[in-house]
Ligand binder design. Structure first.
Ligand code: NAP
Length: 279
């Protein structure tokens, strides 16, 4: 039996077991995927004994994504550029391999949901400069987006991000972002604003071109106020759930040897679970 898990602190609310459990059943694989709560002081010892505990690998969530990168014997390109790892696996000779699949997840869902968006040469505005923003920046740059404008409440954090990713990045003051929407082909919210329990994102889309695409990586609620406004104006919308589902694909393939698909059935399963929590 092949074993994998997701580690974090806390970990109770992770949807990863539901996603991987669906694929394990669908492909009739003799495997398991569990949640493991790992306290920050235990992360090194947990990862150094991953194989001894019988795991083929794991997903890593907050607050362990940077620690996972440090613990790895081999860091793959996306994880190195993003500065964090979310997917770990043991190679045949027992080395701990680390990658980051968040950019892959976001970009795959973006291309599926907004197929007419031409990324090559596009201008994008990114709201936020946290961990998720780093992953999305990496994905957008790799896809050939020419100009990326970062707006973050804490300007120094946006400036640090722009420096780390060098070419084609600009920053703009948080309160000036709305005024710069008229040039954007793509707007991405990577802040936690609009999430259940968080303040809304106060930004009017009045000047955003109708052909522009609006993506929000918040997925609770699935239709954030930002996406609701964009949809009402006729902009193409990309929700945050697709990123979560697609980022899980490469890890499953590494551990269980089958490349799984993000099906409507899987999405419906997770949406139903999100609704239960909402209610
Ligand atoms: N769909 C997915 O698969 C997926 C994956 C990863 C994350 N997410 C979601 O993305 C969001 C960000 O995650 P993260 O890991 O990047 O978090 P993070 O590193 O803590 O960054 C949070 C970001 O939100 C901004 N922010 C928070 N409160 C704000 C406020 N009141 N006003 C303005 N800006 C505010 C922060 O700005 P400052 O720098 O000024 O604090 C920062 O840019 C979360 O909601 C998370 O659930 C979704």
């Amino acid at each position: 039996m092949i074993k994998a898990c997701v580690i974090g602190w806390p970990i109770e609310h992770s949807r990863s077991p539901m996603i991987h459990g669906y694929w394990l059943r669908k492909h009739r694989i003799n495997g398991s995927y569990e949640k493991v709560a790992v306290a920050p002081e235990d992360i090194e010892s947990f990862l150094s004994s991953l194989g001894a505990q019988g795991f083929a690998g794991c997903n890593v969530t907050l607050p362990h994504k940077e620690a996972a990168l440090r613990a790895a014997d081999n860091v793959h390109a996306a994880a190195r550029s993003i500065g964090a790892a979310n997917t770990l696996w043991l190679s045949e000779d027992g080395r701990l391999e680390a990658d980051n699949t968040d950019a892959y997840g976001f970009m795959t869902h973006l291309k599926e949901s907004a197929p007419s968006l031409r990324l090559q040469g596009a201008t994008a505005m990114l709201l936020g400069a946290g961990g998720a923003a780093r992953a999305i920046l990496y994905g957008l740059q790799k896809a050939g987006v020419e100009r990326i404008v970062i707006a973050n409440r804490t300007e120094a954090r946006a400036a640090a991000l722009a420096e780390a990713f060098d070419h084609g990045l600009e920053t703009i003051a948080w309160d000036k972002a709305e005024g710069a929407l008229k040039d954007c082909d793509l707007l991405v919210n990577t802040t936690s604003l609009g999430m259940d329990g968080q303040p809304p994102l106060e930004m009017s889309l009045k000047t955003l071109p109708k052909e522009s695409v609006v993506a929000d990586i918040v997925y609770t609620p699935l239709e954030t106020p930002l996406l609701a406004e964009a949809r009402a104006r006729g902009n193409a919308c990309v929700d945050g759930l697709g990123m979560l589902l697609h980022q899980a694909v490469p890890g499953f393939e590494r551990w269980f040897g089958v490349r799984p698909e993000v099906t409507k059935e899987l999405r419906d399963l997770v949406v139903a679970d999100l609704k239960v929590e909402d209610g």
